[in-house]
Design a protein around this ligand. Structure first.
Ligand SMILES: [Zn+2]
Length: 141
């Protein structure tokens, strides 16, 4: 009962820190705790008569799963959906569908960075670095 909760917690922390050292740290910490639990269990097996071999196997596979999903989450790009927010900074005109090789607002003539209109992913979201250069919360009037 505790293990699924633990995995979700570690994955959540890894995902929050993805592509950053903190995420890698959380993954390493999560694996270290599992390794300690496995060691503890192995020690219990030596001391007493408790048969825990299947539990050890379960722990190892669980640690493997944690690492696999953890790495998968860690490499996820930090993207934010900004659909419907690609507005001209100068006049607020909706620039969705503007041809990339003509990076000029048809409404006011202000040029914009065409990089932000190349979707980083099929769903139209862009990367964090692009967001900081473009797509303000509210267009500057
Ligand atoms: Zn404009």
């Amino acid at each position: 009962m505790l293990f699924p909760l633990y995995g979700v917690l570690v994955w959540w922390l890894v995902f929050r820190g993805r592509r950053r050292w903190s995420g890698l740290g959380w993954l390493a910490a999560g694996e270290a705790v599992l390794a300690m639990v496995a060691l503890f269990h192995a020690q219990l097996g030596k001391w007493g008569s408790i048969q825990i071999e299947s539990l050890q196997l379960l722990l190892y596979s669980y640690a493997g799963l944690l690492a696999l999903v953890g790495v998968f989450l860690f490499v996820q790009p930090r993207v934010y959906a900004v659909r419907g927010r690609r507005l001209c900074r100068a006049c607020g005109y909706d620039l969705v569908g503007i041809i990339e090789d003509k990076p000029t607002c048809p409404e006011c003539g202000k040029t914009f960075d065409p990089e932000v209109f190349k979707p980083a992913r099929p769903n139209g979201s862009v990367r964090e670095s692009q967001l900081s250069r473009w797509a303000p919360e509210t267009p500057e009037a």
